[in-house]
Design a protein around this ligand. Sequence first.
Ligand code: ZN
Length: 311
Amino acid sequence: MEDRILGLHHITAIAGSAKKNIDFYTKVLGLRLLKKTVNFDDPGTYHLYYGDEAGSPGTILTFFPYESARRGRAGTGMPTHIGYAVPEGSFDFWIKRFEEHNVDFGRPSEKFGEQYLPFRDPDGLLLELVIPKNGDNRKPWETDAVKAEVATRGFHNVTLTLREAKKTAEILTDIFGYKLQDQTGSQFRYSTDAVDSAAIIDLVEMPHANRGEGGAGTNHHIAFRVKDEEVLMRFREKVVSKGLNITEKIDRNYFYSLYFREPGGVLFEIATDNPGFATDETVAELGTHLLLPPQYEPQRAQIEAVLPKLD
Ligand code: ZN
């Protein structure tokens, strides 16, 4: 069986207030809070995960919220726009909802033959609701306010903004098995046929734009999905053979990861399906506990005391 990249695994971004972040993504957007843990490299900060019921790869958006974070600025060398699949006919609902909740949103527009509705989260992160050409049959998480007939299905696409697209495109095609699907001007759409959803990476080439500056309201990295650690380590060899630096395998508790910076400046991660999110709480309880990796468990009381209050 050929090793495949199975589309997107997760996307990680930076936020300001953790409480505002949770309120926006769970209440306004209707995602499930999947996991409440800490930044494994900085346990005084939360790491919040949102997605569908079980935290299926391709639905997972995660944030590092820093209460006093400076706002970043989207620019080149960054994942800049996150596209969520929504059902046809749902834009009227979403526009009304965004108006009611004072969400900053734009007019529906079209790219690559698909309608999309652009909006921003409270920190200014750029998001889009997209009506996929071929639909999306993933089962959505449903809330009282956001029912299945309008709910987000998970990621449709992510846009990387680059000074130059060519070398990034080569990583997608030569290592990850993506193919150029469409092109308009300086926008390139790459997709993989290994999966039906979360399969699209858009590259936008802006040779004269400013480099992005990390901070609240910007994306930190995108993670591509593989089945397990064996496939993960075979992709490690492929990245190394292209002359790129890549980390050793890192245990992220809910998946195993490798990180490398692609030539366009975007931090790429490759992450496994195993073991998944239902390892330290059941699917029914996901997101209800503060979960710490084993190395921080002895310091739980101190960590809980410094973390910001969420309600
Ligand atoms: Zn990650």
